[in-house]
Design a protein around this ligand. Structure first.
Ligand code: HEC
Length: 183
């Protein structure tokens, strides 16, 4: 009797071990898919600050996806008029135009300054609705949420999983600035 109990316990343990071992590669595959999507959807173009490299400007991957650097305080933006309608910072993380000034968000999993406290639902809702955290103010240009909203749930869920897996960077991105009064 005791032997049978031991045998079934052993079986139970091995089943549990096998299923958690199966879950790990699945999670890794999802993160790898998310990484691929982030690369081809160019999130680093705006969310990783650019620096001057040997072959010209390039994203500074030591600050990967951490958004507009908090210590880089921008002077007043040029007025949005004429054929040159918008301007961008050297880091490609701050953008001025008829919408005011927008700063690329910190997408790393830091809880205070990044997406650490965001649920997957909030993330998907933000990209689909074009609203801050899926329900607040409109998300400003040039964040291309209108293109990303058509991504599948599977793709957006993988992007979220990848973003939660990257190194957290503490970087408080400034609030967006409203357009100046017409001059
Ligand atoms: C062309 C530049 C650009 C690209 C490319 C870009 N973003 Fe953004 N993103 C921005 C800017 C600028 C903001 C800040 C907008 C604002 O404050 O209204 C932003 C904001 C966000 C936010 C915060 C939304 C909120 O609720 O406040 C998230 C999340 C985000 N981007 C995710 C992504 C992801 C994921 C990708 C790639 C799939 C990406 N972005 C690609 C420029 C970009």
């Amino acid at each position: 009797m005791e032997k049978r109990l031991m045998a079934s316990l052993a079986l139970l343990v091995s089943v549990c071990l096998a299923s958690s071992a199966a879950a790990a590669p699945e999670a890794a595959a999802k993160i790898a898919h998310g990484k691929y999507m982030v690369q081809i959807m160019a999130c680093n173009d705006c969310h990783t600050p650019w620096k001057m490299g040997p072959n010209g400007p390039e994203p500074d991957m030591t600050r990967m996806l951490s958004g507009h650097p908090q210590q880089m305080v921008m002077p007043d933006a040029p007025a949005a008029k004429g054929p040159w309608m918008w301007a961008g910072a050297a880091t490609n993380t701050a953008f001025a135009g008829p919408w005011g000034v927008s700063f690329a968000a910190n997408l790393t999993p830091d809880k205070e300054t990044g997406l650490g406290d965001w649920t997957e639902e909030t993330f998907i809702q933000a990209l689909r609705s074009g609203r801050h955290q899926g329900q607040g103010r409109p998300i400003m240009p040039p964040m291309p949420w209108m293109s990303y909203r058509s991504a599948s749930d599977e793709d957006l869920s993988a992007i979220y999983a990848y973003l939660q897996s990257i190194p957290a960077i503490v970087n408080q991105v400034p609030q967006a600035i409203e357009p100046r009064e017409a001059q």
